[in-house]
Design a protein. Structure first.
Length: 71
């Protein structure tokens, strides 16, 4: 019986904390788009992004085989 004096107020406080956390998440927009992320993960993005103009292009290594020119 003595444990109920501790558990009942503790459960009431826990319900209020969960309610406040849920209210905060609804007000901050956490549940606005429930289907978008699920579809976004299934989309393939196979487009190749162009390199930035200031990015140097890759140069072949000295160890890689060079094409031979037979004159």
């Amino acid at each position: 019986m003595e444990s109920l004096y501790l558990l009942i107020p503790l459960s009431v406080v826990l319900v209020f904390v969960i309610g406040i956390a849920f209210w905060w998440s609804v007000r901050s927009g956490q549940f606005d788009d429930m289907e978008g992320p699920a579809y976004r993960i299934l989309m393939d993005d196979d487009r190749v992004r162009p390199a930035a103009p200031d990015t140097p292009t890759a140069k072949p290594d000295a160890a890689s085989p060079q094409p031979r020119s037979d004159d």
